[in-house]
Write a protein that binds this ligand. Structure first.
Ligand code: SF4
Ligand code: MSK
Length: 652
């Protein structure tokens, strides 16, 4: 194995052994990967990086000269502030649409199940169905499951249109925050309405006021965070089960040399749930055996993987930047994809092996892949067909090309809000007590993707470890969760990595210091938990010692998440610079002025130790605001030679 650290070497691209080995192999075999394509794109367009280019109409495309020497206005007269704010608004609309459309797909199947249709699906967690119905004011007493489910489906369908004045789950938000949103006219209404309005406002000649544009961008993101994403999470729990703590395994070592390997990639649990069931059917297992395999091994990638891991403990092959490298093992019979974060390049890499790429969503077709149109009415039957296709590819596998590089690492997942409250004895009070006592200083959501511009997972792992060393509980979702799992930071025994306060709490509860709360849409769980803590304390969310971080984000969805987290009152640190630096007004608003309006703001800090220091200081300031013990953290130094950071645990 090489860990070559020369510029461009695998050791500079990723911190993980499995990824490094597969990058070397891809290079040896002439297979192009994401890092090669990034290199081919460099230098990337400076105007676009600053958010200063616009192609919203056919009088353009236009660009603003950031040095003040060239044009300062587009053909229509739009200036840098308008163009940057419009671009950011469209990014947030795209990200919000992605998660919320995922939520709509889940909702449509839920509605079918409620009406007795959709093969292979059922109400799995009836108690949660009734609890949510109660919460939303739907009568449950003396009514059948079907009756309640039909009413809940109707209630949530109405969240997508424009008829409602506000979204159903906004009732979870502390009243003081709801008043704040109302005062700013950013209370989220119908999800479709906010997204359509965002696209309308960013058309040429509509909204040219960057503040007005950005406020609507926040409203659009809130429609996702407290609407589309929350609906996706809650209904997925009702249909597929509310996660409970579960042990799983992670990295490319979860592939099996002697089994049919199927990787489920994308985001929506509708498909993966029925595939997992089909892979256990005796007829298909026997078929696999008839071809010489010992069984069928389903593994996850990205957030479909997180959905399966959280609910069923299904093993996880990797996060975003592993999607090409998993193919380079030569051990995959099929990569089955739905939508979001699936690089078109997987089709090209798969062609170098016997692997079939099977696309399943009519919304997401991949030229060169085999398309099997997924119809939830025939979900179980289609899942069987897909698994059969994978099994039938097994005889074409060239075993001499199979290279499974490492042994898997164990990780714990399954921390839904219900599971966290369960671990705490049914109420958030023990967590509040630990925060009040200072044993736990606060909590941080570390979320989001990989980005090939950064060494894969380095920022996730180092930021998370530095935070837990500082007695800060870390909640993870998406690719950040997988990164920490691979690094061995997500088992109960990982409490040994934490500072003494957090360690003692984790050991008492038998939980890791880094809690896996699910997929990207499941950031809604984090919002729900934050709101519950604020409600329990009788304060607004922005008073709590909380922060968010997206150290390696790449996706428009991540921007939408960051926006709704900030608009909900949680300051968020980004590790990758967003395309806004062409407008100092936009930057000053998002990184400063917003704090006085929603009680939270954005920061950009790519160095994980500096980000940890910034977050620790923020948390201590929030503690001070609540009258809790606080301390001024000393410097957490970034050691460029790779040594350990100096962490701080001094308490007042
Ligand atoms: Fe240029 Fe204005 Fe058209 Fe954008 S909307 S492309 S700035 S003319
Ligand atoms: S999969 S959005 S790369 S976290 Fe949700 Fe990972 Fe980011 Fe996709």
């Amino acid at each position: 194995m090489s860990t070559t650290n020369e510029v461009g070497g695998p050791g500079r691209l990723t911190v993980h052994d499995d990824a490094q080995q597969m990058i070397e192999r891809a290079r040896a075999e002439g297979i192009e990967t994401v890092w090669d394509r990034l290199h081919a794109q460099e230098p990337q367009c400076g105007y676009c990086q600053l958010g200063l280019s616009c192609r919203n109409c056919a009088m353009g495309p236009c660009r603003i000269d950031p040095f003040g020497e060239g044009p300062q206005k587009g053909v229509c007269g739009a200036d840098a502030d308008t163009i940057v704010a419009r671009n950011l608004g469209r990014t947030i609309a795209a990200g919000s649409s992605s998660h919320s459309d995922h939520g709509r797909d889940v909702l449509e199947v839920f509605a079918e199940v409620a009406h007795g249709g959709a093969s292979g699906y059922r109400i799995n967690d009836e108690a949660k169905l009734r609890r949510i119905a109660d919460e939303l004011g739907i009568a449950t007493e003396g009514r059948s499951t079907t009756e309640v489910a039909v009413d809940l489906a109707d209630e949530l369908v109405a969240n997508y249109g424009s008829a409602k004045g506000s979204l159903s789950f906004v009732s979870r938000v502390p009243a003081i925050r709801r008043e704040k949103w109302a005062g700013l006219s950013i209370t989220p209404r119908g999800i479709d309405r906010e997204n359509v309005e965002m696209m309308h406002r960013t058309h040429m000649g509509v909204d040219n006021d960057y503040v007005n544009l950005l406020l609507h961008a926040l409203r659009t993101s809130l429609a996702d965070g407290w609407g589309g994403s929350m609906i996706a999470t809650e209904l997925s729990d009702i249909m597929f089960g509310t996660p409970k703590p579960v042990i799983s395994e992670v990295n490319l070592g979860v592939l099996k040399t002697d089994q049919v390997n199927i990787a489920m990639h994308g985001h929506n649990p509708l498909l993966s749930d029925v595939i997992v069931a089909a892979a256990q059917e005796p007829e298909l297992v026997e078929l696999a055996k008839s071809y010489g395999a010992s069984g069928i091994n389903i593994v996850g990638l990205c957030c479909t993987g997180n959905e399966m891991l959280m609910r069923k403990g299904v093993h996880m092959a990797g996060n975003h930047l592993m999607q090409e490298l998993v193919l380079v093992t030569g051990a995959l019979e099929a990569m089955v994809v739905d939508y979001q974060c699936i690089m078109p390049s997987v089709v090209d890499v798969a062609k170098c092996y016997h692997t079939k790429v099977i696309s399943t969503s009519d919304k997401a077709k991949f030229p060169g892949a085999t398309h099997v149109s997924f119809d939830p009415h025939r979900g179980a039957e289609i899942a069987r067909d897909i698994v059969r296709m994978a099994v039938e590819a097994y005889p074409s596998r060239n075993q001499s090309r199979v290279r499974i590089p490492v042994h898997p690492v164990r990780m714990m997942g399954g921390f839904s809000v219900e599971a966290i409250l369960g671990a705490l004895g049914g109420t958030p009070q023990p967590l509040i007590d630990a925060i009040v006592a200072g044993t736990i200083r606060g909590a941080v959501a570390v979320v989001g993707c990989n980005n090939p511009k950064l060494p894969q997972d380095l920022e996730h792992i180092e930021l998370t470890r530095t935070l837990i060393e500082n007695d800060i509980l870390v909640l993870v979702t998406g690719c950040a969760a997988v990164a920490n799992g691979k690094a061995g930071q997500m088992m109960p025994e990982s409490a040994a990595l934490a500072g003494p306060g957090l360690r003692s709490v984790c050991e008492a509860l038998g939980i890791p210091p880094v809690l896996h709360m699910g997929s990207c849409v499941d950031n809604s769980r984090i919002m729900q938990l934050a709101a519950a803590l604020a409600n329990a304390l009788g304060v607004d969310i922005d008073s709590l010692p909380l922060a968010g971080a997206a150290p390696e984000w790449y996706s428009e969805k991540a921007v939408a998440i960051g926006a709704y987290v900030v608009a909900s009152g949680i300051t968020t640190v980004l590790g990758v610079q967003p395309s806004i630096f062409g407008s100092s007004n936009v930057v000053n608003l998002l990184a400063g002025g917003l704090d006085g309006v929603v009680g939270a703001k954005f920061a950009v800090e790519p160095d994980p130790y500096k980000a940890a220091l910034l977050i620790r200081r923020h948390i201590e300031a929030k503690r001070q605001g609540l009258g809790l013990s606080h301390t001024a953290p000393e410097l957490i130094t970034a050691n460029e030679s790779g040594g350990e950071p100096v962490h701080v645990n001094a308490r007042s």
